[in-house]
Design a protein around this ligand. Sequence first.
Ligand SMILES: [Zn+2]
Length: 125
Amino acid sequence: MGAIVHTHSVYATAFAVAGSPIPAITEEIAQVIGGSVDHAPYAACGTAELGKLAVKWLGNKQAVLLAKHGLVGVGRDLKEALLSCIITEKTAQIAAIAQMLGGYRELGPYEIRDLRDNYLNKYGQ
Ligand SMILES: [Zn+2]
């Protein structure tokens, strides 16, 4: 990864405060992030521990929630890292609204894999 963006956007931070991952419910989050956005355990802001936890919980995805804090998105460049944050925030908002409307079904692991593979290797080429 070549760039990182950190935000305190409202819906993603609400999931970070609630201690809930942002579910993989849209094609966009599967493509750009690589699945659900997981929730790293709490560490105080500005500490090396927070950085280590964020990297560990990021795994091979492009976004991670920081407990009681916000969101980190990464990308191959700054434009893609910002896109990671935008797609995560949008999906968090959709998940919150869908929950009020009766719920949602997450994409399955094979659907996520195929969407992610298509985005990384074929989309826009
Ligand atoms: Zn912050």
